[in-house]
Design a protein around this ligand. Structure first.
Ligand SMILES: NC(=O)C1=CN([C@@H]2O[C@H](COP(=O)(O)OP(=O)(O)OC[C@H]3O[C@@H](n4cnc5c(N)ncnc54)[C@H](O)[C@@H]3O)[C@@H](O)[C@H]2O)C=CC1
Ligand SMILES: O=C([O-])CC(=O)C(=O)O
Length: 267
Protein backbone atom coordinates (compact mmCIF):
# COMPACT_ATOMS: atom_id res chain seq x y z
CA UNK A 1 0.00 0.00 0.00
CA UNK A 2 1.16 3.52 -0.79
CA UNK A 3 0.89 6.24 1.85
CA UNK A 4 0.00 9.59 0.33
CA UNK A 5 -0.06 13.21 1.48
CA UNK A 6 -2.42 15.51 -0.42
CA UNK A 7 -1.84 19.26 -0.64
CA UNK A 8 -5.13 21.14 -0.96
CA UNK A 9 -8.57 19.66 -0.63
CA UNK A 10 -11.02 21.58 -2.78
CA UNK A 11 -12.89 20.41 -5.88
CA UNK A 12 -10.08 18.16 -7.17
CA UNK A 13 -8.96 16.91 -3.76
CA UNK A 14 -12.43 15.83 -2.60
CA UNK A 15 -13.10 14.15 -5.96
CA UNK A 16 -9.83 12.23 -5.73
CA UNK A 17 -10.47 11.12 -2.13
CA UNK A 18 -13.93 9.86 -3.07
CA UNK A 19 -12.48 7.66 -5.82
CA UNK A 20 -9.54 6.45 -3.73
CA UNK A 21 -11.92 5.03 -1.12
CA UNK A 22 -12.36 2.12 -3.55
CA UNK A 23 -8.65 1.33 -3.79
CA UNK A 24 -7.10 -0.56 -0.86
CA UNK A 25 -3.61 0.01 -2.32
CA UNK A 26 -3.76 3.79 -1.87
CA UNK A 27 -4.18 5.55 1.45
CA UNK A 28 -4.19 9.34 1.97
CA UNK A 29 -2.93 9.88 5.53
CA UNK A 30 -2.57 13.66 5.54
CA UNK A 31 -4.29 16.56 3.84
CA UNK A 32 -2.37 19.84 4.01
CA UNK A 33 -4.74 22.82 4.09
CA UNK A 34 -4.13 26.57 3.99
CA UNK A 35 -3.75 28.05 7.49
CA UNK A 36 -7.21 29.06 8.74
CA UNK A 37 -9.09 26.61 6.50
CA UNK A 38 -8.40 23.44 8.54
CA UNK A 39 -11.84 23.31 10.16
CA UNK A 40 -13.63 23.81 6.84
CA UNK A 41 -11.57 21.01 5.29
CA UNK A 42 -12.28 18.69 8.27
CA UNK A 43 -16.00 19.32 7.73
CA UNK A 44 -15.61 18.46 4.04
CA UNK A 45 -13.96 15.19 5.02
CA UNK A 46 -16.41 14.27 7.79
CA UNK A 47 -18.41 11.95 5.50
CA UNK A 48 -15.38 9.78 4.68
CA UNK A 49 -15.00 6.40 6.38
CA UNK A 50 -11.36 7.01 7.31
CA UNK A 51 -10.77 10.75 6.89
CA UNK A 52 -7.14 11.83 6.55
CA UNK A 53 -5.59 13.99 9.25
CA UNK A 54 -5.81 17.71 8.35
CA UNK A 55 -2.68 19.78 9.00
CA UNK A 56 -1.13 22.98 7.65
CA UNK A 57 2.33 21.48 7.06
CA UNK A 58 3.82 18.03 6.69
CA UNK A 59 5.22 16.86 10.07
CA UNK A 60 9.02 16.80 10.11
CA UNK A 61 9.09 13.03 10.74
CA UNK A 62 6.42 12.17 8.12
CA UNK A 63 7.71 10.07 5.24
CA UNK A 64 4.87 9.58 2.71
CA UNK A 65 5.56 7.48 -0.38
CA UNK A 66 4.01 10.23 -2.53
CA UNK A 67 2.89 13.82 -2.17
CA UNK A 68 0.17 14.98 -4.56
CA UNK A 69 -0.54 18.66 -5.08
CA UNK A 70 -4.18 19.65 -5.83
CA UNK A 71 -4.07 23.18 -4.41
CA UNK A 72 -2.82 25.98 -6.67
CA UNK A 73 0.35 27.69 -7.87
CA UNK A 74 1.55 28.92 -4.45
CA UNK A 75 1.59 25.38 -3.09
CA UNK A 76 4.50 24.42 -5.36
CA UNK A 77 6.88 26.82 -3.65
CA UNK A 78 5.38 26.28 -0.18
CA UNK A 79 5.08 22.50 -0.07
CA UNK A 80 6.46 20.76 -3.16
CA UNK A 81 9.98 22.26 -3.17
CA UNK A 82 10.67 21.38 0.50
CA UNK A 83 9.15 17.89 0.08
CA UNK A 84 11.42 17.16 -2.90
CA UNK A 85 14.44 18.26 -0.86
CA UNK A 86 13.33 15.78 1.84
CA UNK A 87 13.32 12.99 -0.76
CA UNK A 88 9.53 12.73 -1.17
CA UNK A 89 8.32 12.02 -4.72
CA UNK A 90 5.75 14.62 -5.83
CA UNK A 91 2.92 14.72 -8.38
CA UNK A 92 1.48 18.11 -9.30
CA UNK A 93 -1.53 19.47 -11.19
CA UNK A 94 -0.70 23.19 -10.86
CA UNK A 95 1.76 22.93 -13.72
CA UNK A 96 1.26 26.59 -14.66
CA UNK A 97 3.35 27.52 -11.61
CA UNK A 98 6.37 26.41 -13.64
CA UNK A 99 5.87 29.50 -15.82
CA UNK A 100 7.66 31.51 -13.11
CA UNK A 101 11.18 32.11 -14.39
CA UNK A 102 13.67 29.83 -12.62
CA UNK A 103 11.16 27.55 -10.90
CA UNK A 104 11.76 24.59 -13.23
CA UNK A 105 15.48 24.72 -12.39
CA UNK A 106 14.78 25.03 -8.65
CA UNK A 107 12.44 22.01 -8.74
CA UNK A 108 15.07 20.02 -10.63
CA UNK A 109 17.73 20.97 -8.09
CA UNK A 110 15.44 20.08 -5.16
CA UNK A 111 14.60 16.69 -6.68
CA UNK A 112 18.29 15.97 -7.35
CA UNK A 113 19.17 16.92 -3.77
CA UNK A 114 16.47 14.58 -2.43
CA UNK A 115 17.26 11.90 -5.03
CA UNK A 116 13.62 11.83 -6.02
CA UNK A 117 11.29 12.93 -8.83
CA UNK A 118 8.50 15.36 -9.63
CA UNK A 119 5.77 14.29 -12.05
CA UNK A 120 3.72 16.87 -13.97
CA UNK A 121 0.25 15.39 -14.42
CA UNK A 122 -1.70 15.83 -17.69
CA UNK A 123 -4.78 16.93 -15.73
CA UNK A 124 -7.57 18.14 -18.02
CA UNK A 125 -5.76 17.37 -21.31
CA UNK A 126 -4.74 14.23 -23.22
CA UNK A 127 -2.12 13.48 -25.86
CA UNK A 128 0.84 14.59 -23.73
CA UNK A 129 2.58 11.26 -24.42
CA UNK A 130 2.36 11.80 -28.20
CA UNK A 131 3.35 15.46 -27.99
CA UNK A 132 6.43 14.84 -25.87
CA UNK A 133 7.43 11.92 -28.14
CA UNK A 134 6.98 14.20 -31.18
CA UNK A 135 9.29 16.72 -29.49
CA UNK A 136 12.15 14.20 -29.73
CA UNK A 137 12.01 14.43 -33.53
CA UNK A 138 11.56 18.20 -33.49
CA UNK A 139 8.39 20.34 -33.39
CA UNK A 140 7.63 23.29 -35.66
CA UNK A 141 4.49 24.67 -34.03
CA UNK A 142 2.03 24.02 -31.21
CA UNK A 143 -1.14 26.12 -31.00
CA UNK A 144 -3.59 25.73 -28.13
CA UNK A 145 -7.08 27.12 -27.66
CA UNK A 146 -8.91 26.89 -24.31
CA UNK A 147 -12.62 27.60 -24.47
CA UNK A 148 -14.72 27.64 -21.31
CA UNK A 149 -18.18 28.85 -20.32
CA UNK A 150 -18.24 32.54 -19.41
CA UNK A 151 -18.71 31.79 -15.68
CA UNK A 152 -15.38 29.92 -15.60
CA UNK A 153 -13.57 33.23 -16.26
CA UNK A 154 -15.00 35.02 -13.20
CA UNK A 155 -12.32 36.64 -11.03
CA UNK A 156 -9.76 36.55 -13.83
CA UNK A 157 -8.34 39.31 -16.07
CA UNK A 158 -10.97 38.16 -18.61
CA UNK A 159 -13.39 40.39 -16.70
CA UNK A 160 -11.44 43.41 -17.95
CA UNK A 161 -11.79 42.34 -21.59
CA UNK A 162 -15.56 41.83 -21.70
CA UNK A 163 -18.64 41.71 -19.51
CA UNK A 164 -18.87 37.99 -18.75
CA UNK A 165 -22.48 38.33 -17.60
CA UNK A 166 -23.75 39.89 -20.81
CA UNK A 167 -21.64 38.54 -23.72
CA UNK A 168 -23.82 36.68 -26.18
CA UNK A 169 -21.13 35.06 -28.32
CA UNK A 170 -17.73 33.41 -27.90
CA UNK A 171 -15.18 36.13 -27.08
CA UNK A 172 -11.39 35.90 -27.23
CA UNK A 173 -10.07 37.13 -23.87
CA UNK A 174 -6.37 36.31 -24.34
CA UNK A 175 -3.85 35.67 -27.11
CA UNK A 176 -0.17 35.25 -26.40
CA UNK A 177 2.45 32.86 -25.04
CA UNK A 178 1.78 29.96 -22.69
CA UNK A 179 4.04 31.64 -20.12
CA UNK A 180 1.92 34.78 -20.09
CA UNK A 181 -1.34 32.77 -20.08
CA UNK A 182 -0.23 30.66 -17.11
CA UNK A 183 0.84 33.77 -15.20
CA UNK A 184 -2.38 35.72 -15.89
CA UNK A 185 -4.77 32.77 -15.54
CA UNK A 186 -3.32 30.51 -12.81
CA UNK A 187 -6.55 28.57 -12.38
CA UNK A 188 -7.42 28.27 -16.08
CA UNK A 189 -4.21 27.87 -18.08
CA UNK A 190 -2.41 24.92 -16.47
CA UNK A 191 -3.17 22.93 -19.61
CA UNK A 192 -1.43 25.60 -21.71
CA UNK A 193 1.65 25.24 -19.50
CA UNK A 194 1.58 21.44 -19.62
CA UNK A 195 1.35 21.39 -23.42
CA UNK A 196 4.20 23.83 -23.71
CA UNK A 197 6.48 21.98 -21.27
CA UNK A 198 5.82 18.75 -23.20
CA UNK A 199 6.27 20.51 -26.52
CA UNK A 200 7.79 23.76 -27.73
CA UNK A 201 8.32 25.51 -24.41
CA UNK A 202 6.48 28.26 -22.54
CA UNK A 203 7.55 31.08 -24.84
CA UNK A 204 6.95 29.42 -28.23
CA UNK A 205 3.54 27.84 -27.62
CA UNK A 206 0.77 30.07 -28.89
CA UNK A 207 -2.32 30.28 -26.67
CA UNK A 208 -5.84 31.60 -27.28
CA UNK A 209 -8.36 31.71 -24.43
CA UNK A 210 -12.08 32.11 -25.12
CA UNK A 211 -15.08 32.86 -22.91
CA UNK A 212 -18.08 31.16 -24.49
CA UNK A 213 -21.52 31.90 -23.01
CA UNK A 214 -23.04 29.21 -25.26
CA UNK A 215 -20.83 26.38 -24.03
CA UNK A 216 -21.32 24.11 -21.03
CA UNK A 217 -17.96 22.40 -21.55
CA UNK A 218 -14.28 23.19 -21.02
CA UNK A 219 -12.94 22.59 -24.53
CA UNK A 220 -9.19 22.11 -24.93
CA UNK A 221 -7.98 22.03 -28.52
CA UNK A 222 -4.42 21.87 -29.81
CA UNK A 223 -2.62 21.35 -33.09
CA UNK A 224 1.01 20.26 -33.33
CA UNK A 225 3.26 20.03 -36.39
CA UNK A 226 6.80 18.73 -36.69
CA UNK A 227 9.15 16.08 -38.07
CA UNK A 228 6.71 13.37 -36.94
CA UNK A 229 3.86 14.81 -39.05
CA UNK A 230 0.94 16.50 -37.36
CA UNK A 231 -1.91 15.91 -34.99
CA UNK A 232 -4.75 17.73 -33.41
CA UNK A 233 -6.83 16.97 -30.38
CA UNK A 234 -10.08 18.40 -29.09
CA UNK A 235 -11.10 17.44 -25.59
CA UNK A 236 -14.55 18.49 -24.38
CA UNK A 237 -14.26 18.33 -20.61
CA UNK A 238 -17.19 18.33 -18.24
CA UNK A 239 -16.63 20.98 -15.54
CA UNK A 240 -16.78 19.94 -11.89
CA UNK A 241 -19.87 21.14 -10.05
CA UNK A 242 -17.74 22.23 -7.11
CA UNK A 243 -15.53 24.42 -9.36
CA UNK A 244 -16.60 25.35 -12.90
CA UNK A 245 -13.03 26.36 -13.77
CA UNK A 246 -11.87 22.74 -13.35
CA UNK A 247 -12.67 19.76 -15.58
CA UNK A 248 -13.63 16.38 -14.10
CA UNK A 249 -10.84 14.73 -16.13
CA UNK A 250 -8.31 16.42 -13.82
CA UNK A 251 -9.62 14.34 -10.91
CA UNK A 252 -9.40 11.14 -12.97
CA UNK A 253 -5.90 12.08 -14.12
CA UNK A 254 -4.74 12.29 -10.49
CA UNK A 255 -6.39 8.97 -9.59
CA UNK A 256 -4.85 7.29 -12.65
CA UNK A 257 -1.38 8.59 -11.82
CA UNK A 258 -1.59 7.49 -8.18
CA UNK A 259 -2.88 4.06 -9.27
CA UNK A 260 0.00 3.70 -11.70
CA UNK A 261 2.41 4.09 -8.78
CA UNK A 262 0.63 1.41 -6.74
CA UNK A 263 -0.50 -1.23 -9.21
CA UNK A 264 1.54 -3.95 -10.90
CA UNK A 265 0.67 -2.75 -14.41
CA UNK A 266 0.67 0.94 -15.25
CA UNK A 267 -1.16 2.43 -18.23
N1 LIG B 1 -3.44 20.64 -14.80
C1 LIG B 1 -4.74 20.83 -15.00
O1 LIG B 1 -5.30 20.40 -16.01
C2 LIG B 1 -5.52 21.57 -13.97
C3 LIG B 1 -4.92 22.10 -12.86
N2 LIG B 1 -5.65 22.75 -11.91
C4 LIG B 1 -4.94 23.29 -10.74
O2 LIG B 1 -5.48 22.71 -9.57
C5 LIG B 1 -5.71 23.69 -8.60
C6 LIG B 1 -6.83 23.26 -7.66
O3 LIG B 1 -8.04 23.13 -8.38
P1 LIG B 1 -9.44 22.96 -7.61
O4 LIG B 1 -9.38 21.83 -6.67
O5 LIG B 1 -10.47 22.97 -8.66
O6 LIG B 1 -9.50 24.33 -6.80
P2 LIG B 1 -10.32 24.65 -5.48
O7 LIG B 1 -10.24 26.13 -5.33
O8 LIG B 1 -11.65 24.00 -5.50
O9 LIG B 1 -9.47 23.95 -4.32
C7 LIG B 1 -8.17 24.31 -3.99
C8 LIG B 1 -7.96 24.04 -2.51
O10 LIG B 1 -6.57 24.15 -2.20
C9 LIG B 1 -6.41 24.98 -1.07
N3 LIG B 1 -5.11 25.65 -1.18
C10 LIG B 1 -4.80 26.69 -1.99
N4 LIG B 1 -3.50 27.03 -1.82
C11 LIG B 1 -3.00 26.19 -0.89
C12 LIG B 1 -1.73 26.04 -0.29
N5 LIG B 1 -0.72 26.85 -0.62
N6 LIG B 1 -1.56 25.06 0.64
C13 LIG B 1 -2.58 24.24 0.97
N7 LIG B 1 -3.82 24.35 0.44
C14 LIG B 1 -4.03 25.30 -0.49
C15 LIG B 1 -7.59 25.94 -1.09
O11 LIG B 1 -7.86 26.45 0.20
C16 LIG B 1 -8.70 25.04 -1.62
O12 LIG B 1 -9.34 24.33 -0.58
C17 LIG B 1 -6.02 24.96 -9.43
O13 LIG B 1 -5.73 26.13 -8.71
C18 LIG B 1 -5.09 24.80 -10.61
O14 LIG B 1 -3.82 25.36 -10.31
C19 LIG B 1 -7.00 22.87 -12.03
C20 LIG B 1 -7.65 22.36 -13.12
C21 LIG B 1 -6.96 21.68 -14.19
O1 LIG C 1 -9.73 21.96 -15.84
C1 LIG C 1 -9.56 22.46 -16.94
O2 LIG C 1 -10.39 22.38 -17.87
C2 LIG C 1 -8.27 23.15 -17.29
C3 LIG C 1 -7.84 24.19 -16.37
O3 LIG C 1 -8.55 24.66 -15.52
C4 LIG C 1 -6.48 24.67 -16.53
O4 LIG C 1 -5.89 24.49 -17.62
O5 LIG C 1 -5.97 25.26 -15.57
Amino acid sequence: MLNITMIGCGAIGVGVLELLERDPQLCVDYVIASPGSEELVRQRLACFKNPPQVLTALPADARPDLLVECAGHRAIEEHVLPALERGIACLIVSVGALSEVGLVERLEAAAELGRTRIELLPGAIGGIDALSAAKVGGLDSVNYTGRKPARAWKNTPGELVCNLDSITEATVIFQGSAREAAHLYPKNANVAATLSLAGLGLDRTHVTLIADPLSEENVHHFEARGAFGGFELSLRGKPLQANPKTSALTVYSVVRALGNHAHAISI
